[in-house]
Each structure stands twice: as structure tokens, then as C-alpha cells.
Write a protein that binds this ligand. Structure first.
Ligand SMILES: Cc1ncc(C[n+]2csc(CCOP(=O)(O)OP(=O)(O)O)c2C)c(N)n1
Ligand SMILES: [Mg+2]
Length: 292
């Protein structure tokens, strides 16, 4: 894997999110949005691991990273948020409700876990080697329909990969407050789902955990669950000042930033080159969206 390209993809997500935040703060975008600054590792990894023409991918409200990684055309994401007809959903969906080929999102917390499980059921009938993948947050782990989906997938042996991006908070509620008695691992294993946990701080570790899980679901046609421990450096949505996040947590994740884990494998000149091409791409995308 070309680490310069990995860094480019991760930095493209981060810088595009910074651009989107800045356009909102200047009053140039309307509605709301949920950025994924700090959570670039899963989208970047998935861009290498699934073929969106064949496999299926669903995600939720925090969809910018995966959207950019599936289309590789950030103007269709920014255009969507700006209500342009060339947006991913023809400008009608906004940042939470987009689609591209076999990639679908909606804003119902954990809602897409049920859809992805249904897709896996269809794939099982079709006897293809395609798989269904769904990415959701820790808040989704307290939705009843998500538990029903886990139970069905385990019982019916469906080719679905559940990726939980545990960023520690559902809006401002800490995971420990919402789940005082049972850790996710026990809950997931209780349904009979195989479970893996990995921290997103080291991109290579994360990639290898997801690669193994994708291969396992593809080969065995059975479900798998990966919990990714991660962190968002931005607010839940555009107006959130993050007053509830302890400083030590931010400090830990600044030191363990997934982007740094890739950048440190490259020379200073290579990192600079990537930064420059990302900046140029963001400017191109912005100009395209403003002028079309
Ligand atoms: C069924 C439902 N309940 C509540 C909401 C409001 N809501 C939007 S995002 C969110 C928190 C989701 O937290 P999490 O799943 O951890 O994802 P994160 O925002 O951390 O990425 C909530 C409660 C919703 N969209 N859908
Ligand atoms: Mg969360």
C-alpha cells in the first residue's frame, strides 16, 4: 500500500471537514452537519478494502469521510451540502442522506444496521461473494432494532460486517454513562457474534483488523463485529463547543492521532507534498462548488 496515498486520503477528509466547518461558521452553509475530524482511519481503510460496485456499505449521520472515500469526488459531498444538483443525492439529502453506487446513509441512529443486515440476507440468497458492511457509532448500541439485527445476523449466519466507531460519546453523553453495566464486547458476544477490538490510533493495526474481518465475512459468509476505539476532535455537530470532553482525552488522542501514525512513515518532503496537493484539491473543489 502506498503510504503517501493513504496519507492523502486521510488528510483530504480532515481538511475538507475543516473547510466545511469554516463555511458553516461564516454562514455560507445552511442546515447542520456532522464532521469526522479525528475519525479518518476507518473511511480511509475501507476505501481499500471493499469494492463499492460489488459490496454494500451503509453508514449514518457522520458520513462525510466514507462519502469522500467511496466517490473520490469531494465536490459531490460539498455540492450536496450546498444543495447543488451535482451533489451525491442531487442536493436533496444534505450531509446525512447520501448515496453512491452501493453506498447508502441515513440519519437514524443505528438505522442502517438493520438495512445492512437485510442486504446481507439478500446477498446470502444470491450466493455471491459480495458482503454487506455497516459503520455506526456507540449511540447505536442502545437502539433496540440494532440488537434485533445482531440477533438475526448471528442466527441466520449473514455475511455482514458491523463496524462500531466508538468515539466515546453519543452527542454529549459518555459511553460509560449510557452503558454503566455491560461493556460492548460482552453484549456483542452475547448474541454469538465474533468480536474484535482495535484502536484507530495506529492506521496499520486498524487496517489489518478490518482486512481480516472483511476477508472472514467474505470467505465464511458469516457475520463479524469490529469495535474501533476512536475520537472526534470536532463537535458532535456544527454548533457543539465540546465542553463535555475532558482535556486529557483530547491530549491522548492528539498524541495518538491516526494521521500522525501514517505521516511518521514518510519523509518531511513527502508529507509536505501531500499537504500541498490536499490544499490544492480543497481549493479546486470549493471553486467548482461555488461556480457550478
Ligand atoms: C433514532 C434516533 N434517535 C436519536 C437521534 C438523534 N441523534 C443524532 S446523532 C445522535 C448520537 C449518535 O451517537 P453515536 O451513535 O455514538 O455516533 P457519533 O455521533 O458519536 O458518531 C443522536 C442521539 C437520531 N438521529 N435517531
Ligand atoms: Mg459516538
Amino acid at each position: 500500500m502506498d503510504k503517501k496515498e493513504v496519507l492523502y486520503r486521510m488528510m483530504l477528509i480532515r481538511e475538507m471537514e475543516h473547510k466545511i466547518e469554516s463555511l458553516f461558521s461564516q454562514g455560507l452553509l445552511r442546515g447542520t452537519t456532522h464532521c469526522c475530524i479525528g475519525q479518518e482511519a476507518v473511511p480511509a481503510a475501507m476505501s481499500y478494502l471493499i469494492d463499492i460496485n460489488r459490496d454494500y456499505l451503509c453508514s449514518g449521520h457522520r458520513a462525510h469521510g466514507l462519502s469522500m472515500m467511496m466517490t473520490m469526488k469531494p465536490e459531490t459531498l460539498l455540492g450536496e451540502i450546498m444543495g447543488k444538483t451535482f451533489g451525491m443525492a442531487k442536493g436533496l439529502g444534505g450531509s446525512q442522506h447520501v448515496y453512491y453506487k452501493n453506498y447508502f446513509t441515513n440519519g437514524i441512529t443505528g438505522g442502517m444496521a438493520t438495512i445492512a443486515t437485510g442486504i446481507a440476507f439478500a446477498l446470502k440468497q444470491e450466493k455471491t461473494d459480495a458482503i454487506s458492511v455497516v459503520d455506526f457509532g456507540d449511540g447505536a448500541m442502545n437502539e433496540g432494532y440494532v440488537m434485533e439485527a445482531f440477533n438475526l445476523a448471528a442466527e441466520m449466519k449473514l455475511p455482514v460486517l458491523y463496524i462500531l466507531e466508538n468515539n466515546g460519546y453519543a452527542m454529549s453523553t459518555p459511553v460509560e454513562t449510557a452503558n454503566p453495566f455491560v461493556v460492548f464486547e460482552d453484549r456483542v458476544k452475547g448474541f454469538g457474534l465474533p468480536y474484535t477490538r482495535v484502536e484507530a490510533s495506529d492506521f496499520d493495526n486498524l487496517y489489518s483488523a478490518l482486512e481480516t474481518a472483511v476477508k472472514k465475512v467474505r470467505d465464511t459468509r458469516e457475520p463479524h463485529f469490529v469495535e474501533v476505539l476512536t475520537h472526534r476532535f470536532c463537535g458532535h455537530s456544527k454548533s457543539d463547543k465540546r465542553a463535555y470532553i475532558p482535556q486529557e482525552r483530547d491530549e491522548y488522542w492528539h498524541e495518538h492521532d491516526c494521521i500522525k501514525s501514517v505521516a511518521k512513515q514518510l519523509s518531511e518532503a513527502e508529507v509536505k507534498e501531500v499537504e500541498e496537493s490536499v490544499a490544492a484539491e480543497i481549493e479546486r473543489v470549493y471553486q467548482y462548488c461555488v461556480n457550478n
